[in-house]
Structure formats: structure tokens, C-alpha cells
Write a protein that binds this ligand. Structure first.
Ligand code: PEP
Length: 255
């Protein structure tokens, strides 16, 4: 499939930044800045900002996402948030398996799969993050790592559900470090993920899947990264907290 037929998606991952009042202020700047976007625009905020963010973005083209959800519907899971709690609030997207969750909070490929299935069952669209560490890239095993993460994340998920899934390729060594993968590295990795999905499902499924690049994407490097034939958008950390930068990235991702 021609890349132009796939959905281009630019998502901001605000991480643990912005109080509810600050979130409202940032969205007041983002909403008018991205109103003419020709791509899907998502802001993934901290849980406590979701209510204000959903309210602010009603009637706009900005979609709201969370940064995690639990795999159980309810129960004794102190500190966790269930997927149906998010949908009831009007949240549409959730990031699952971000490398910071994997690194600092014990997220595994198996829990990524469980969380993804729970999120889909509740009606959320899921951005699944995969990506290798620096030593894994240097040792030439990035395909093994990213392939395994992708395969396990998608275990038990039907082809029909892929329309509600985005995969974000985020090399861990490029996240928040200012080190960006080269456009060729990003394109190669996103192409590899697409080939893994083709083997798991079929070509049609793989060709229809939106695959983002994430890792120090900014207005200066976005055009080259987004020009790669298998890169369909970006998952943006630092630059999503500055409305002018986020606007420039949305423009770069727009067709
Ligand atoms: C991210 O948090 O997913 C990310 C890509 O961060 P940054 O853009 O800051 O590297």
C-alpha cells in the first residue's frame, strides 16, 4: 500500500509533566495551532490532566490519550487505572509499553500484551511502543529485540483489531537524549516491524498499519524522518510540550 493511504498520526507523550492548570494552558496554545492538521493529532497527558484535557478538546481535532492502563477491569491494584475508567472519561488512546515503563516499572512484553488486549476490549486505540537499547543495537540484535516485542505484544490479537493499533518504534537510546536515529535507521526499523506484522497476519494488515518513529524528533529533523516510506508519524516527548514545536511537527506529518 502506498504510504499516503495510511493514517498519519502525530502523538505527544507529555510524560510526567504539567499539572491540570498547566495542561489547560498548553492545550489552549496547541488547539488553535494544529486546527488545520492533515493528520491525526493526539496528546497523551498524565492521568490527573485527562479530565481537563478531554473537556478542552471537545469539538476540536485534538484527541486525548493516557500513558498506561492496567489489564484488569477492577480490583486490588493500588495506584493503577483500568481501561474502562479511561473510556468513560472520553479518552480515546493509550500508550502501552513505553520504554520508561519497561525500564523503571517492570513492564514486560507479556504485560504489554495483557494491557493492550484490555485497552482494546474497553474500546481504546493503543499506541504500542517497541525499541532496542543501545547495546542491543551495537551488538546487531535490534531486529531480534524489536521483532520479539512486536510479536508478543500482538499475541492473540485479531487482524480486525489492528485498525485500533499503532506501533511506535522508539529506540531507547534516542529517547530524551537528543540523539535521533538517522532517517535510514528509523525507516529500516519501521520497515522491519511491518515485515514482522506481515508474517504474523498478512500483507494487507501490515500495509494498513500506522508505524511511528519516536526518539528526539524535533522540527529540525522531522521532515527527513517522516519522509521514510515506512514512517507514518511520530511519538513525541520533549517537543510535544512546546506548542510551536508541536505545531511544526504536526505540519511535517500532515500530508
Ligand atoms: C517519548 O517519550 O516517547 C519520546 C520519544 O521522547 P523524546 O521525543 O523526548 O525523545
Amino acid at each position: 500500500m502506498d504510504k499516503s493511504k495510511r493514517a498519519a498520526v502525530l502523538a505527544g507523550n507529555w510524560k510526567m509533566n504539567k499539572t491540570p492548570a498547566q495542561a489547560a494552558e498548553l492545550l489552549d496554545a496547541i488547539i488553535p495551532a494544529v486546527k488545520d492538521a492533515d493528520c491525526t493529532v493526539i496528546c497523551c497527558t498524565p492521568f490527573v490532566d485527562l479530565s481537563v484535557a478531554v473537556e478542552k478538546c471537545k469539538g476540536t481535532n485534538v484527541k486525548i490519550g493516557a500513558q498506561n492502563c492496567h489489564f484488569k477491569e477492577s480490583g486490588a491494584y493500588t495506584g493503577e487505572v483500568a481501561a474502562n475508567m479511561l473510556t468513560e472519561m472520553g479518552v480515546e488512546y493509550v500508550i502501552i509499553g513505553h520504554s520508561e515503563r519497561r525500564q523503571y516499572f517492570g513492564e514486560t512484553d507479556e504485560t504489554v500484551n495483557l494491557r493492550t488486549k484490555a485497552a482494546l476490549a474497553a474500546g481504546l486505540k493503543v499506541i504500542i511502543c517497541v525499541g532496542e537499547m543501545l547495546d542491543e543495537r551495537e551488538n546487531g540484535v535490534f531486529e531480534d529485540i524489536v521483532g520479539r516485542q512486536t510479536k508478543i505484544a500482538l499475541l492473540g490479537i485479531d487482524k480486525a483489531e489492528l485498525k485500533n493499533i499503532i506501533i511506535a518504534y522508539e529506540p531507547v537510546w534516542a529517547i530524551g537524549t537528543g540523539k535521533t536515529a538517522t532517517a535510514e535507521q528509523a525507516g529500516e526499523a519501521c520497515g522491519y516491524i511491518r515485515s514482522v506484522v506481515a508474517k504474523l497476519y498478512d500483507n494487507e494488515a501490515a500495509e494498513g498499519l500506522t508505524i511511528q518513529y519516536g526518539g528526539s524528533m524535533n522540527p529540525g529533523n522531522a521532515a527527513e524522518l517522516l519522509a521514510q516510506k515506512d514512517v507514518d508519524g511520530g511519538l513525541i516527548g520533549g517537543a510535544s510540550l512546546k506548542a510551536p514545536d508541536f505545531k511544526a511537527l504536526v505540519e511535517a506529518a500532515s500530508k
